[in-house]
Every structure is written in C-alpha cells, then in structure tokens.
Design a protein around this ligand. Structure first.
Ligand code: NDP
Length: 467
C-alpha cells in the first residue's frame, strides 16, 4: 500500500454510492460510446469489493482519474489510392494511463474503429499490462482504414501518412504501439520505416517488428500461445488438462492461428475457425497441415475462410448472418471455447448454448468478446472462465520482452522467450486466482483480474501525487 496519500475535500459522495456515481458520470460525459461504458462497468463492479476496504482511493478520486484518458490524439490521415484519388481516414491514439510505465498497446485498422472502441481497448490495456508484472502503462490507437482489398502499395502509403502525424507523440520511453486487428507484420514494417526516416533514429518504438530488425522470437505466436497456457492453468486447478479436448476457435487471424497451433501441441483438437464472412466446422479437426494451409490463405493470399471448406471437402461452411440472434459457431458441442476475433462476439444466447453443450473452459483471446450478460452466465454456471485482460495478456507481455531485448541490444532464443511467456501466464493466473479468493469470490477470475490489475496502478497513482 502507498505510504503517502492525500485527501480531496471535494469527494463528498457517500462511499456506498461512489462507484455508481463514477459510472453515471462516465456515461454522461462519454455518450454514444457503449463499448467504453461496458468495459468501465465491468471493472468498477469488481472494485466495489476493494473500495469498502480502501477509502483512500475515493479520497484521492482515483476512479475518476482512471476513466479519464491522460491524452487523446485524433488526426487526419490523407493518402493516395492506386488510381491517384485522394482518400481520407481518421487516426487515433489514446494515451490512457502511464502510472507504471510508458503507454503500451496495439493499433487497430478496421472500418468499425471509433473513439469509444479505442477507449474501451485502452482502458482494458491498463489493467492487463499491470497484470503482466512488467513496467507498461496502457494505450491503444488505430484508424477506420480497412486494409482488406487494398494493394501493398496502398497499405504502405496509408501507414506512412498515419505515422507522419503519430511519430511526434510516441517514442521508446513515451508510447510504444504494436499490432492488433488489421495490423500485422506488414503494417508494423511500413510504420517503423516511416518513424525511422522521420526521427533519424533506430529505436524500439514499435513491437511486433520483423526478426532481423529488432523483433522478438515468439511475439507473433504470443497472444494465442499465452491464451492456451492460461486455459491449461485453469484446467490444472480441477486436475484436468487440454489433452483430447475438442475446442472451438473463432477468427482466423494472428490470435486464432497460434491458439490452434498451441492446442495441437498440447494434444487438443481445434474444429472451427471464422472470419467476418462466416465460419468453418471441420469435425475431423484442423491438423497441422490444414493449419499451415490457413496461414498461407490468410497471411499470404489474404483470402476468405470459405475457401477452407472448398479445399477440405469434409468441412462445412456457414455464412455470417447478422439477422441471426446467435452465432452457430458457439452452438457446436465442445469442451473448450477460444473466442479470438472481436468484441461482443458471444452474446447471452451463445453463452447459453455453450453451457448447455457442457463447455468446461472459455478462454478469451480477443478483447471483451463476451457481452456483460454472457460473462454473468459463465460465472453463474461455475465454468472455468478466463477473461481477456488476463487470458490474452501474453501478447503484450512478449512485447514487453521485445522492448527489454531492444534496450539491451540482444536477442533471446525461442526457448528463452517461450519459457518467460509461460511463466508470466502462470503468474497472471496465480494473481487472478489468489486475488479472487482474498476478496471473497473464489474462482471468479473476472474479479481477480480487475482487482489484481487495479491495485498496482492505483497505488502508483497515489505515490505520484495529483498528476
Ligand atoms: P487479425 O486482424 O489478425 O484477425 C482478426 C480476425 O477476426 C479475422 O479473422 C477477422 O476476420 C475477424 N474479425 C475481425 N473483426 C470482425 C468482426 N467485426 N466480425 C467478425 N469477424 C471479425 O487480428 P488479431 O488476431 O490480432 O486480433 C483478434 C482479437 O485479439 C482482437 O480482439 C484483438 O484486440 C485481440 N488481441 C490481439 C492481440 C495481438 O497480439 N494481435 C493481443 C491481445 C488481444 P476478417 O479478416 O474477415 O475481418
């Protein structure tokens, strides 16, 4: 606990009403940002247990300060398409909280990107980064630019224009972006090249870099591998393992591919993948050969998941249907579910279907993939539920390891990084598990992750005074 503290005579709200007061302020001050409200509500609900024991956080108005980003940058990104026509997108960087280290968090390029979605992601990132035990604050950014269907040259021109504004706000000791949806190795390369050119500096300003120019081994694999390690830790608490388990994986991008890969390593059987156009179900399992085919489809040819069912004839394809009130992927009988595509992809109906079919584990590779109602159903059913900010923290943790290697100007071996990733995921699970017990909600890793992540940041904020 922090040794120094201060009180605010202005904090007049009665202690029992403090959380609801902050929540209503967040909704009033940030209208039309439902994802941000959802992420804040989930964390603050867990913190009711903490605030009763620690009135000093209310005195210092820590919650009001945490829900207000330290800085929001929003900018125009003009670029020429291949026809010579001018295109204009909007760029963002949310610098949410730097109490325990430089801002750290990915960039998302997707047409659905808006301020509220990036604020939810940046807010989650603060607690996730704290759980990793590394010194990283929280941030997130991106653009409504859609890389799908664009040529490599168009993506490069967009990335160069995006970085021409962003470069003045970031730096290896200030803010270190990485990838997220729509931002993979290709985009990080173009962004890094433009940063280096503008600053005339070769520094570790981005993570997820190529291996021969400062990247870390295992960084591409880390979020998926880490999520599977987390699921294995959860199963261990019930004397069980992933061996022989049938697993549902959604998405088919970075996180999904390496989730499926690690599941195969540990003897499990992934049977589904998806993208925004639909899902495939392969009852025989997606083995290593089929997974290699998917990686080529998605990372090289940039094709659609439907082609899997055209190529491997025993698999079924179901097109996405926004009019349906549930996602058929979560209706398939399985032992484990790894949502790895996007936010709110599991609603209450989907959660009900998973539970009805006897799912034992839900480990979230994507950020906030379960709606608030779905989360509550998982908790009520007593299944092993690993919330995103704990289960998918392996990606940012390995970004932290990339930053460490860049600072020391050396590269660790694959085995060394994987060992560290594994040990970080075990320690995150231990923190969540033990914190949930200490605060009287054993087995509730949502409370464990939210409280475990919060305490370190809140105490650092108390130590550092009103800034
Ligand atoms: P990718 O862009 O590599 O893959 C995203 C996948 O999800 C694609 O298959 C994509 O399909 C699908 N998808 C995206 N948006 C939608 C949507 N609105 N509806 C249906 N499908 C959708 O991204 P990542 O794998 O990197 O990220 C996936 C999730 O994991 C995100 O929630 C991200 O925030 C989270 N995450 C990622 C980390 C990382 O290290 N990359 C770290 C921690 C969390 P399509 O191609 O058709 O759009």
């Amino acid at each position: 606990m922090a040794s120094t503290t201060f009180t605010s005579p202005g904090a007049k709200v009665r202690p029992g009403e403090y959380i609801d007061h902050v929540l209503s302020q967040v909704k009033a001050k940030n209208p039309a940002e439902p994802e941000y409200h959802q992420a804040v509500q989930e964390v603050l609900d867990s913190l009711r247990l903490v605030l009763q024991k620690h009135p000093e956080y209310q005195s210092a108005r820590i919650l009001e300060r945490m829900v207000e980003p330290e800085r929001v940058i929003m900018f125009r990104v003009p670029w020429f398409d291949d026809h010579g026509d001018v295109q204009v997108n909007r760029g963002y960087r949310i610098e949410m909280n730097s109490a325990i280290g430089p801002y750290k968090g990915g960039l998302r390029f997707h047409p659905s990107v808006n301020l509220g979605i990036l604020k939810f992601l940046a807010f989650e990132q603060v607690f996730k980064n704290s759980l990793t035990t590394l010194m990283m604050g929280g941030g997130k950014g991106g653009s409504d630019f859609d890389p799908k269907g664009k040529s490599d040259n168009e993506v490069m021109r967009f990335c160069q224009s995006f970085m021409t504004e962003l470069f003045r706000h970031i730096g290896p000791d200030t803010d270190v972006p990485a990838g997220d949806i729509g931002v993979g190795g290709r985009e990080v390369g173009f962004l890094f090249g433009q940063y280096k050119r503008l600053k005339n500096e070769f520094t570790g300003v981005l993570t997820g870099k190529g291996l021969n120019w400062g990247g870390s081994l295992i960084r591409p694999e880390a979020t998926g591998y880490g999520c599977v390690y987390f699921a294995a830790e959860m199963l261990k608490t019930r004397g069980d393992s992933l061996e022989g388990k049938t697993c549902l994986v959604s998405g088919s991008g970075n996180v999904s591919q390496y989730t499926a890969e690690k599941l195969l390593d540990l003897g499990a059987k992934p049977v589904t993948l998806s993208d925004s156009s639909g899902m495939i179900f392969d009852p025989d399992g997606i083995d290593r050969e089929k997974l290699a085919w998917v990686k080529d489809l998605k990372n090289m040819r940039r094709g659609r998941i439907r082609e899997y069912a055209e190529h491997f004839r025993k698999a079924d394809f179901a097109p996405a249907d926004a009019a349906q009130d549930h996602n058929p992927l979560w209706g398939i009988k399985a032992d484990c579910a790894f949502p790895s595509a996007t936010q709110n992809e599991i609603n209450a109906k989907d959660a009900g279907n998973l539970i009805k079919n006897g799912v034992k584990v839900v480990a979230e590779g994507a950020n906030m993939p379960s709606t608030a109602e779905a989360t509550q159903l998982f908790l009520d059913a007593g299944i092993l539920y690993g919330p995103a900010k704990a289960a998918n923290a392996g990606g940012v943790a390995t970004s932290g390891l990339e930053m460490a290697q860049n600072s020391m100007r050396l590269s660790w071996t694959r085995e060394e990084v994987d060992k560290r990733l594994h040990s970080i995921m075990s320690s995150i699970h231990k923190t969540c598990f033990e914190t949930a017990e200490i605060y009287g909600t054993p087995g509730n890793l949502v409370n464990g992750a939210n409280i475990g992540g919060f305490l370190k940041v809140a105490n650092a904020m108390l130590d550092q005074g009103l800034v």
